[in-house]
Design a protein around this ligand. Structure first.
Ligand code: AMP
Length: 465
């Protein structure tokens, strides 16, 4: 049982303690929530009083309901009719997937209220979105680009806005949305209720929060490191050329229900999905080059368990909330360490446990170290996949030589340690073995043989049989 779930149980509040409209209590009952998560317990009372809020929390903590429930309560109390093109509440999210999920939450929690919610995002035709806005809107969930587009065409005006929510602010800035955000913020009414959510608060994000919020309450839950603790993590040191085979065998493991495989690039996602499918593991890729319809279709099959393996880039998977996700497999390490936390946070949601397996080749050690620094913990090493790369391998790749075929079989990773481990995380002594291997020079044993080494994965083979 993870920290989040424990703190939900220890938390003495129940939803019955909140003075919500009966329609909201009814929706919560239907959806099966009885105990507020820590961010809900801390934020909801202040939001019901109309205070501005700075929420330091990431997805998976229940933050959507933390802001959606008080907003819906307020709208339900006012019982005002929706006005065409003039939202009363605006929620900005960095990606289409997150925007869709937020809208879905508003529909779920507001199902017994007469509240109209519309979601707008780019990558699809604007016709349906424009028509929906015209019918009247209380709550608008939007990505910044499409919102600016529709504002400039006169399909959205922010004149009647009462509440503004900025979700995943750090990610917005990472994605280069600051200029768009500034343009949107400049159009917000001065008198408003503002909520700001971010997983991290680096300088620029904190400055943006300060410019937006007025005397905010600060609520902080599950700092990154402790959220990460909910998840059973392991790193597997695997040479690049063996990664696909290892992923394939991991996915064939008996404990795998649904899995997301993360790649660094869109092309990589397509390639891995294609190769897995060729090996009989039905997998589909999801990334920014796919049409919105294709992304929605793929996600729906994944959510309904028709598809069990999704191969995704960081952007596409941002904010994804998929029930029953058992495994996150990092085929490649992300460039930014924060993305690792977001990736593995796709599993282990709302107190459930999850498994995150990271395949690291010699060139990715630096990224692994950056992740460990950020989360302030070592990622345990899988005992069958210890770091046997030569010390310093991958730190400075040699410049490519012309007219020379690369030497094969020079990787020093020796797989057959003969020790057995389990997928669900019977871990080795954390990073110690990695350091030991590097220091002792064991790694050099297979180097320079000149012939490709046939690798056998005893542990994996045993699991399959
Ligand atoms: P979020 O952080 O908003 O993306 O929410 C993460 C997940 O937790 C979603 O699947 C929610 O449906 C679920 N959730 C939110 N609040 C609660 C609660 N109080 N009890 C149980 N599950 C919840």
């Amino acid at each position: 049982m993870g920290d989040l779930f424990e703190s939900m149980i220890l938390n003495s509040k129940t939803f019955a303690d909140f003075d919500f409209l009966p329609e909201i209590h009814q929706a919560l009952e239907e959806v099966g929530y009885s105990t507020p998560t820590p961010i809900q317990a801390q934020a909801i009372p202040h939001l019901l009083e109309g205070r501005d809020l700075l929420g330091c929390a990431q997805t998976g903590t229940g933050k959507t309901a933390a802001f959606a429930l008080p907003i819906l309560h307020q709208l339900g109390l006012q019982r005002r009719r929706s006005v065409p093109n003039t939202p009363r509440v605006l929620i900005l999210a960095p990606t289409r997937e997150l925007a869709l999920q937020i809208e879905e939450s508003f529909q779920t929690y507001g199902r017994f209220l007469r509240v109209r919610t519309t979601v707008i995002f780019g990558g699809v035709g604007q016709g349906k979105q424009v028509a929906s806005l015209k019918r009247g809107v209380h709550v608008l969930v939007a990505t910044p680009g499409r919102l600016l587009d529709l504002m400039s065409q006169g399909h959205v005006t922010l004149e009647g806005l009462e509440t503004f929510v900025l979700d995943e602010a750090d990610r917005m800035l990472d994605m280069g949305f600051l200029p768009d955000l500034r343009r949107i913020i400049a159009r917000l009414p001065r008198e408003r209720h503002s909520l700001f959510f971010s997983a991290t608060l680096p300088g620029k994000v904190a400055a943006l929060a300060e410019s937006l919020l007025s005397d905010p309450v600060k609520v902080e839950v599950a700092p990154q490191s402790s959220t990460v603790e909910l998840i059973d993590q392991q790193v597997l040191f695997v040479p690049t050329q063996d990664k696909l085979r290892v992923v394939e065998q991991l996915l064939n493991g008996p404990d795998v229900g649904k899995a997301i495989v993360f790649t660094r690039t869109k092309r990589g996602a397509d390639r891995v999905a294609k190769q897995l499918t060729a090996q009989g593991i039905k997998a589909e890729a999801i990334h920014g080059n796919k049409s919105q319809n294709a992304r929605t279709r793929t996600l729906d099959s994944f959510k309904s368990s028709k598809l069990c393996v999704l191969v995704a880039t960081d952007l596409a998977a941002r904010g994804l909330d998929v029930e029953g996700l058992t495994h996150v497999i990092n085929y490649e390490l992300p460039v930014e360490p924060e993305s690792y936390v977001h990736r593995i946070g796709r599993t282990g949601r709302a107190g459930a446990s999850g498994i995150a397996l990271t395949l690291c080749d010699a060139t990715e050690r630096k990224q692994l170290r950056a992740i460990e620094k950020l989360t302030r913990q070592r990622v345990p090493v899988h005992p069958d996949f210890e770091d046997r790369f030569p010390p310093g391998a991958g730190d400075a790749p040699p410049p490519p030589k012309r007219n020379r075929r690369p030497r094969r079989g020079t990787s020093a990773h020796q797989m057959d340690s003969g020790r057995k481990g389990t997928l669900s995380g019977k871990t080795s002594k954390s990073g110690q073995s990695r350091d030991r291997a590097a220091a002792s020079g064991e790694a050099a044993t297979a180097a320079g043989s000149g012939r490709p080494r046939k690798r056998r994965y005893k542990w994996l083979a045993a699991r399959q049989s």
